[in-house]
Design a binder for this molecule. Structure first.
Ligand SMILES: Cc1cc2nc3c(=O)[nH]c(=O)nc-3n(C[C@H](O)[C@H](O)[C@H](O)COP(=O)(O)OP(=O)(O)OC[C@H]3O[C@@H](n4cnc5c(N)ncnc54)[C@H](O)[C@@H]3O)c2cc1C
Length: 579
């Protein structure tokens, strides 16, 4: 087994005041996107006390921004087997086939339950759930709501279900509660999770930094988009869950597989943070990509043209931008007509109009931006991480479902399906008396923080190093910048008198960027969401996962976990053929 023990060192503890209050629950769920809300709602019916904490408000996170929809084989002509096949192709050889099988077979029932809960999906004239197609899918299997407001509707329905049980003493919700650390207890078999520390902007006793103790912790903290200069992810997506899991000693995997969405509105060089996404569904309905000279270029790149897997489209755009010396290409939806576009994509039409573009009349400038992270806290098919008592679900997790590249609209489904699995597993374990409450142990090492002003430096390093196009040289430069920030942390921490969310987030972004840059340099091949221009081919020897953790000396350590069989990518050349 190949092991690397020479990774960069991470901050072992975030500097923060000592907890001034304590609360107790059976299970603590962190995050209120589709994954956290689903887990909390299902657990509430089965365990005595659930605490749901979320960084800002309940509908924060990526879920409410999801446009295209949720994938499930709901059409009688479709089948889970076909959904499985499309997912495996997009995953470029690194999917965990059993995890995908769970996703696609349980998915249709989970979506029907969401409908029963009150989520209003768009319907056909005869009352069936309307299904459309997105990149990489060979069937119409994307259920959508409000045209292009699927995530907002799912979020609304789940929050309404939560509101209906708010008075139930079995569930407590804490908003404006930023989780800082996963607490661990010493046990005969090694450390295990026993709660979290969190900072709450609240009232009465629950104010400031406190500790929430629990028999299990479920991380559902979403993505990492804010580590890049431009992303489709909202401001809460700062990789807190991955950073906290690493500091607690849990394994993470597939960090290098970052999906860049091909069609994000290009707002100029100085644009930062969350940018408007133009869903793949617009291409699904027939919009095409044109280069600066007005030439359509995707048909010559892939048999699915504009509906090829996202990494293929994003790379083709970047190459075409380089060839034509421009910073964007154009999306042409003019042939779809204003009436259809306003009815089918009201959110996108309104967002573009706010920036002066008419989707029915204009060529719209688009460029790739960070969109989704396939990697995360490594979990098994029950959602258990390598740290006993710690679970992860949704975008923060790595179930192996997405492999090297997520198939469009599989992420909402993953949150839904695996939240149910976690609730089932925890119900059984807690019922059996497993996972007794542990006493938090103090964590060795000095507590540190990066100043909020370091965020821009981190974002620049992440964008130029492990961005869309990666190379040994670019990654080494990014690693040097990040190491310099880490070296300055002790001196800068001393000057910080009042640590706050901006500093905690920046330190988490730095930890994630450091780990991402390191593994992106280790993987010397191109596969899925990892494009190395100095290693442009997919290599059979890299048919496996890079699993990373923090070792006792605070340095990152990685091991290569080979996957069984031959990489189908290498055998067939489907996705790799584009690299
Ligand atoms: C613009 C856009 C469009 C998308 N379209 C689609 C689509 O059509 N189909 C699809 O399947 N997927 C889509 N995705 C991806 C999908 O929305 C996400 O992967 C999915 O919603 C993630 O759900 P989640 O529950 O894991 O995390 P999120 O919905 O991101 O929720 C994370 C939660 O954790 C909280 N949190 C974070 N850090 C902390 C902390 N330290 N302490 C406490 N709470 C914390 C956040 O506030 C938030 O409540 C899209 C994403 C974006 C950004």
């Amino acid at each position: 087994m190949t092991v690397w023990n020479d990774g960069p060192a991470l901050v072992t503890r975030l500097a923060a005041p000592e907890p001034g209050w304590i609360t107790q629950a059976d299970v603590i769920v962190v995050g209120s996107g589709i994954a956290g809300l689903t887990a909390a709602l299902r657990l509430r019916q089965r365990v005595n006390r659930v605490l749901l904490v979320t960084k800002t408000v309940l509908d924060s996170g990526s879920t409410r921004w999801a446009q295209g929809g949720i994938a499930a084989a709901l059409d009688p002509e479709d089948s889970p087997e076909e959904h499985l096949a499309d997912t495996l192709v997009a995953g470029a050889g690194l999917c965990d086939e059993d995890a995908v099988r769970a996703l696609v077979t349980e998915g249709p029932q989970r979506v029907r339950e969401l409908v029963a809960l009150g989520a209003n999906f768009d319907r056909t004239a005869d009352g069936e759930i309307a299904l459309t197609r997105e990149g990489g899918h060979h069937r119409d299997r994307i259920a959508h709501a409000g045209g292009d407001a699927t995530g907002a509707e799912i979020s609304r329905a789940l929050i309404a279900a939560l509101d209906a049980v708010r008075d139930d003493p079995g569930i407590e919700v804490l908003e404006h509660a930023v989780v800082l650390e996963v607490l661990t207890a010493a046990g005969p078999d090694g450390p295990r999770a026993c709660g979290v520390t969190l900072h709450v902007i609240g009232e009465g006793t629950r104010d400031g930094v406190g500790a929430a103790l629990g028999r299990a912790v479920v991380l559902a903290t979403g993505g990492i988009g804010q580590v890049f200069r431009s992303t489709t992810n909202p401001r809460e997506a700062t990789g807190d869950g991955i950073a906290a899991a690493l500091r607690a000693g849990a394994e993470v995997a597939d960090l290098e597989f970052v999906q860049f969405h091909p069609t994000v509105l290009w707002l100029g060089q100085s644009a930062r943070g969350q940018q408007p996404l133009i869903s793949e569904a617009v291409r699904g309905e027939g919009a095409v990509l044109l280069d600066a000279d007005g030439v359509r270029f995707m048909p010559e790149v892939h048999e699915l043209a504009e509906l090829a897997p996202r990494d293929v489209v994003a790379k083709a755009i970047v190459r075409r931008m380089a060839a034509t010396g421009t910073e964007h290409v154009y999306l042409d939806a003019r042939q779809l007509g204003g009436r259809f576009l306003r009815r089918r994509f009201p959110t996108i039409v309104a967002a573009l109009s706010g920036h002066g573009y008419d989707l029915a009349e204009d060529l719209v400038p688009v460029a790739p931006a960070q969109h989704y992270h396939s990697g995360g806290v490594r979990v098994d098919r029950r959602g258990r991480s390598s740290l006993p008592g710690l679970y992860a679900v949704g975008e923060v997790s790595c179930t192996g479902v997405h492999g090297a590249n997520r198939l469009a609209s599989n992420s909402l489904l993953e949150g839904l399906v695996f939240a149910h699995r976690i609730a089932d597993d925890l119900t059984e374990r807690l019922g059996d008396g497993d996972l007794a409450q542990g006493e938090p142990a103090s964590r060795p090492g000095r507590a540190l923080l990066l100043p909020a002003t370091a965020r821009d430096v981190v974002q620049r390093a992440a964008t130029s190093g492990p961005g869309v196009i990666r190379s040994a040289e670019g990654l080494a430069a990014a690693a040097r910048t990040l190491a310099t920030l880490a070296q300055e942390a002790p001196r800068r921490s001393q000057r910080l008198t009042t640590p706050g969310t901006a500093e905690w987030e920046t330190t988490n972004l730095h930890a994630f960027a450091t780990a991402l840059t390191w593994v992106a340099a280790l993987r010397e091949e191109t596969r899925g969401g990892h494009y190395r221009e100095d290693f442009p081919a997919t290599a059979e020897r890299w048919h496996g996962r890079l699993v990373v953790r923090v070792a006792a000396d605070a340095r990152l350590s990685a091991r290569f976990a080979p996957l069984p069989g031959t990489s189908p990518v290498v055998a067939t050349g489907t996705v790799a053929g584009e690299g």
